[in-house]
Design a protein around this ligand. Structure first.
Ligand SMILES: [Mg+2]
Length: 168
């Protein structure tokens, strides 16, 4: 059970600051798309997302979208944010993360995956051997999502990085 608990937890993707990653030597941040960067069904990047991505890139952190989405959303967001992407990644398969690391030339010790789901994103990070960062889902668009997140509750409450952060 401990094995799929996240290494770090934040309320939102946009609460992660470059220094949170740099102090752990993270240089490649792999992003889940749906409900991490943006809610389902939304195709437009917000100004907040754009500013956040720019700050990460300026700090020398490479961003890469690895999504299980089968539609055009990953491409759409990747274009708007100016980051590479892989769709239909089949997480928790580590394949997408491995491709992203090969593309960026960054080893697993310096890579993190951030996502909103335990059984896809956090398990994928574990299988790929990278740092696992959990965020809360942006929005419950579908009823089945609430059920799924409820199943993940025990894993979400085990570590509180926000508390750890405030003690720094
Ligand atoms: Mg997601």
């Amino acid at each position: 059970m401990e094995s799929i608990c996240p290494d770090m937890q934040f309320k939102s993707l946009y609460d992660i600051q470059p220094e949170d990653l740099l102090k752990r030597d993270i240089r490649l941040l792999i992003l889940d798309l749906d409900n991490t960067v943006s809610p389902y069904k939304v195709d437009k990047v917000t100004e907040k997302a754009y500013i956040w991505a720019s700050a990460m890139k300026k700090a020398g952190i490479t961003l890469f979208i690895v999504s299980n989405n089968r539609g055009r959303r990953p491409e759409c967001f990747a274009d708007q944010l100016g980051v590479p992407y892989i769709n239909r990644a089949g997480k928790p398969s580590p394949r997408g993360v491995q491709e992203a690391m090969a593309y960026a030339g960054v080893p697993r010790e310096n890579t993190a995956l951030v996502g909103d789901q335990i059984y896809t994103d956090m398990l994928c990070a574990r299988l790929a051997g990278v740092t696992a960062i959990l965020v809360e889902p942006i929005k419950f668009t579908y009823p089945w999502l609430q059920w799924r997140y409820w199943l993940e509750t025990p894993f979400r409450k085990t570590k509180d990085t926000k508390k750890e952060k405030s003690n720094d």
